[in-house]
Design a protein around this ligand. Structure first.
Ligand SMILES: *[C@@H]1O[C@H](CO)[C@@H](O)[C@H](O)[C@H]1NC(C)=O
Ligand SMILES: *[C@@H]1O[C@H](CO)[C@@H](O)[C@H](O)[C@H]1NC(C)=O
Ligand SMILES: *[C@@H]1O[C@H](CO)[C@@H](O)[C@H](O)[C@H]1NC(C)=O
Ligand SMILES: *[C@@H]1O[C@H](CO)[C@@H](O)[C@H](O)[C@H]1NC(C)=O
Ligand SMILES: *[C@@H]1O[C@H](CO)[C@@H](O)[C@H](O)[C@H]1NC(C)=O
Ligand SMILES: *[C@@H]1O[C@H](CO)[C@@H](O)[C@H](O)[C@H]1NC(C)=O
Ligand SMILES: *[C@@H]1O[C@H](CO)[C@@H](O)[C@H](O)[C@H]1NC(C)=O
Ligand SMILES: *[C@@H]1O[C@H](CO)[C@@H](O)[C@H](O)[C@H]1NC(C)=O
Ligand SMILES: *[C@@H]1O[C@H](CO)[C@@H](O)[C@H](O)[C@H]1NC(C)=O
Length: 809
């Protein structure tokens, strides 16, 4: 009895890698001493207790010697590890040791006394001074010091793993290498390093291919603000959140100036992020390198396509005609379902399927500028190993470019990619290869590539084995408890998710849950109303962390808290430069509030009536708001319809760039949901509403296209579609007559200049480009077609407008 309770205590203490300072813990390790894995108190602690170093479990009975944040206190399941000595070669949970030998060598030995990792002091012999002690500094740097203790003989800062701490130099020979997967600590494939042209880059260095993906390889370094003529190759993040690199990459984190814990990390998903943590809170992302997570290379394997959705995160899918090589591991990519085929000179068997917004980066056979689609098809058909081609409008030249591909790698879908990939497929079966509608057939689960490091070497005697089984069972219980706690927290409160879970929001957009009292104070008791929209009133406020904000107080509807949180979380994850950013929300009792960024120039409606916008700005607003809507319709898998597009809901920032507001408040729909009639409640604003609403027809994304078309006409003509207004005294601006008025003006045979001159708002200052006006009128009229199938999609609108954007007004 006594024996077993002693055993239990021993096991618990082994399991519990407590980092709270205790009498036995130390700040230094002297020559001749060692830290033993068998003694849970054998931990080095920095003076202030912020960092600890010791043996850290990486899986069942496998340990690495590591440094982690230990303030606030953590247990071995949830510590934030910042460095590891032996990340790829863990040691046994018994009899392993870190020692400073009599000769000063620092060695990590396994149960079988094999040296797993060592600092050979002979190699530091330039210093000639003997090692005196090992010390963990408050910066998180583990240093070997001589008796003087001034200059470190060796420091962990010079051998980083995946984290860069404030004050730590990232240099030409100290790259950061990501971990393999979530939950694993061993070396992965993503690397942040100084390239040999002195530019700081992110590289996917996989077993089969390797390629640089950040900064965007489509640009030369100076185009993205990097310089390659500074040879110092050093980058450093300071404790205030100021990052400077010798290649001229500089940034301030979104919480710049605060004294908090920080770290820059190359995450296992291939992005580089700066995290901050205050007091007892979770880590939050305060900067990240890539805003589009699919721009990372090497995610999906050959012939497959990456797609990001705010709700489901990143997923991979096979293009039509292709199937998974291994349907539990998408890094292995896809293979064609069809036999390979090749009949050069005869394109009878070949056809092409257009995949809009699909980009496969690299592996071009060659590049042919100013090509017709037909000749690009011919070129690829004649080339045996051509898998397809990219066909892209070149705005500078005003013509199309053709890029035949011999490999389909680094595939991704991005709405910001204006161009298409044409996939080469056998003609006989083309009709059976459908262009996928809903995100193809994404795998439901993340890649199962997580390896489990288990310790296999060494021997234990039978008592130890029993101990291990016992310990493992207990560890299992602990993990289950941690997991349950975690999932409970996630379910009840989206904020409790850590910085990781927040995923891919841009820097500086930490999503916050506010209290009602905070928002009441921020808006000075809701005293400055700046707008009234569907569902609520918007007030101006000032938040301590963000500055000016718009706070929307929703009407008291009976939306349950869970439903509200689900929708808010989705909206909060939408992230596009032409959508208003949501900073947070409040749900307290009956109160439901949303907090948005504040727009300096108010709404498009206000600006149109006060005549602040010249033709150039109007064109940009047309393009930007179409892009925002296109993101809602197509980039988000769940197809968010706006349903209330009007000038009051298009806000303008300080540069008059538009941001669409008030989206997502209507029920979020998926494509299936669109077909049924559950969405029958009439929404929208008179004058902007598509005929489908009136005739009780199915509601599709084309209702937003219609409203957008009316907004364009309003910007062009200066008329107001809401009944009761007139266009320059000529006609009552009822919705239908408003559009027919424009149609009537466009008499065939009349010179374009004449009818455009009659349509455009004469009060707008400045000259205009007649071609652009023609495009705007044509697009607007297509958008307001009665028949919804005759209207373009909003992404086609973007394409049409962008073709003319670069031409000067
Ligand atoms: C880690 O988990 C322990 C309980 O196991 C908890 O007390 C502590 O607050 C957690 N620390 C962090 C940083 O999450
Ligand atoms: C980082 O580099 C600077 C010089 O570039 C040097 O003064 C400083 O000591 C270095 N920091 C560390 C921790 O090595
Ligand atoms: C950031 O650090 C650099 C280099 O130390 C310095 O030149 C710059 O002024 C700093 N920026 C801010 C805003 O403090
Ligand atoms: C090169 O970069 C270093 C570190 O950022 C900086 O101190 C130095 O002034 C730069 N040299 C030149 C010539 O710009
Ligand atoms: C670095 O960037 C600054 C401002 O972004 C610019 O003024 C400077 O010329 C750049 N330096 C180099 C060497 O490109
Ligand atoms: C699929 O991949 C997993 C993980 O990489 C591997 O264990 C499994 O054997 C593979 N299956 C096939 C059929 O190749
Ligand atoms: C076309 O599809 C059928 C079955 O759907 C298949 O048997 C045939 O092999 C396919 N043809 C080619 C050329 O892949
Ligand atoms: C593209 O080709 C056409 C026909 O060959 C030619 O008329 C046109 O000028 C070319 N455009 C450019 C930008 O080279
Ligand atoms: C990593 O896994 C943990 C728990 O399994 C989860 O909470 C977290 O969201 C994951 N992080 C990422 C980036 O997938």
């Amino acid at each position: 009895m006594r024996n077993s309770s002693f055993l239990l205590a021993l096991v618990l203490s082994i399991l519990h890698l407590s980092s709270q300072p205790s009498a036995a813990t130390r700040t230094t390790l002297s020559r001749g001493d060692s830290l033993s894995i068998d003694n849970p108190d054998d931990i080095l602690i920095s003076k202030s207790g912020v960092f600890s170093a010791g043996f850290y479990p990486v899986s069942k009975s496998a340990y690495c010697f590591a440094i982690w944040f230990s303030h606030p206190p953590c247990s071995s399941q949830n510590c934030t590890v910042v460095w590891m000595a032996n990340r790829n070669e863990p040691v046994n949970g018994r009899y392993s040791k870190l020692s400073i030998k009599k000769n000063g060598d620092l060695v990590l030995t396994d149960a079988s006394h094999t040296v797993v990792w060592a600092i050979d002091t002979a190699s530091l012999s330039w210093s000639k001074t003997p090692v005196h002690q090992l010390r963990l500094l408050d910066s998180g740097n583990l240093v070997l010091l001589d008796r003087e203790g001034n200059v470190p003989l060796w420091q962990s800062f010079n051998y980083p793993t995946d984290v860069l701490l404030p004050g730590q130099n990232l240099t030409w020979n100290t790259p950061l290498v990501s971990s393999r997967s979530n939950g694993s600590f061993s070396s992965g494939y993503y690397k942040l390093y100084f390239d040999n042209d002195n530019v700081l880059r992110l590289l996917f260095d996989g077993p089969l291919i390797s390629s640089v993906y950040w900064p965007d390889p489509a640009y030369v370094s100076w185009e993205v603000g990097r310089t390659n003529n500074n040879y110092s190759r050093v980058a450093v993040l300071d404790s205030m959140g100021n990052f400077t690199s010798s290649d001229n990459l500089t940034f301030l984190t979104s919480d710049f100036g605060k004294k908090t814990q920080r770290m820059l990390k190359v995450d296992h998903d291939g992005n580089v992020r700066v995290y901050s943590r205050e007091k007892d809170e979770k880590w939050v992302v305060t900067w990240q390198g890539l805003s589009e997570s699919c721009a990372v290379h090497g995610i999906c394997g050959p012939n497959s396509v990456c797609r990001y959705s705010p709700r489901e995160g990143r997923s991979c899918s096979c293009p039509p005609g292709y199937v998974w090589n291994n349907d539990t591991d998408w890094t292995q990519g896809c293979a064609p379902k069809f036999e390979s085929f090749c009949n050069p000179g005869s394109d009878a068997h070949v056809d092409f399927l257009r995949l809009p917004h699909h980009d496969f980066y690299g592996y071009d056979k060659d590049y042919t500028p100013n090509t017709t689609l037909a000749s690009c098809k011919k070129m690829c058909a004649d080339l045996c190993n051509c898998k397809g081609f990219q066909y892209k409008f070149n705005g500078e030249k005003g013509s199309f470019d053709c890029f035949p591909k011999i490999q389909l790698l680094n595939g991704y879908i991005s709405f910001s990619f204006i161009g298409s990939t044409y996939l080469k497929l056998p003609k006989a079966n083309l009709s059976s290869y459908q262009i996928p509608t809903k995100g193809f057939d994404p795998l439901p689960c993340p890649p199962k590539a997580q390896e489990v490091v288990t310790y296999l070497k060494g021997h234990q005697n039978s008592t130890l084995e029993i101990l291990f089984i016992f310990a493992t069972a207990l560890a299992g219980v602990e993990i289950v408890v941690v997991f349950l706690t975690w999932s409970f927290l996630v379910r009840t409160d989206p904020d409790k998710r850590g910085g990781y879970a927040k995923g891919y929001r841009l820097a500086g957009t930490g999503f916050t849950r506010f209290t009602y009292a905070e928002l009441k104070k921020a808006t000075r008791n809701f005293n400055k109303e700046i707008g009234r929209g569907s569902g609520g009133i918007v007030y101006k406020g000032v938040l301590p962390d963000h500055g000016e904000a718009a706070v929307k107080l929703l009407n008291e509807e009976n939306q349950g808290e869970d439903e509200f949180l689900t929708e808010v979380r989705t909206i909060g994850n939408l992230n596009h430069m032409n959508l208003i950013a949501m900073w947070g929300y409040c749900v307290e009792g009956r109160h439901r509030l949303l907090v948005y960024e504040f727009m300096n120039h108010g709404s498009l409606a206000e600006n149109l009536s006060s005549d602040q916008l010249d033709w150039k700005k109007r064109y940009e607003i047309a393009v930007g708001s179409a892009k925002g809507l296109a993101y809602l319709h197509e980039e988000c898998l769940e197809w968010v319809l706006h349903c209330d597009v009007k000038p009051q809901n298009i806000l303008l920032d300080s540069d008059y760039q538009p941001k669409v507001a008030d989206f997502g408040l209507s029920k979020l729909l998926n494509r299936e949901g669109l077909k049924n009639t559950s969405f029958s409640r009439i929404r929208g604003t008179r004058g902007y509403m598509a005929p489908e609403w009136v005739y009780n027809m199915p509601i599709t994304s084309k209702v937003d296209v219609y409203s957008y078309g009316i907004v364009l006409l309003e910007m062009l003509t200066g008329g107001n579609p809401v009944a009761g207004h007139t266009i320059r005294g000529e006609i009552k601006g009822d919705n239908k007559t408003f559009t027919s008025w424009v149609r009537e003006k466009m008499k065939p045979g009349l010179p374009m200049e004449t009818w455009i001159g009659e349509i455009v708002d004469p009060t707008v200052k400045g000259p205009y480009d007649i071609k652009k006006m023609e495009v705007l009128v044509a697009v607007a009229l297509q958008c307001v077609e009665e028949d919804r199938d005759a209207r373009p999609t909003i992404s086609q609108v973007v394409e049409m407008l962008l073709r003319h954007e670069s031409e000067d007004l």
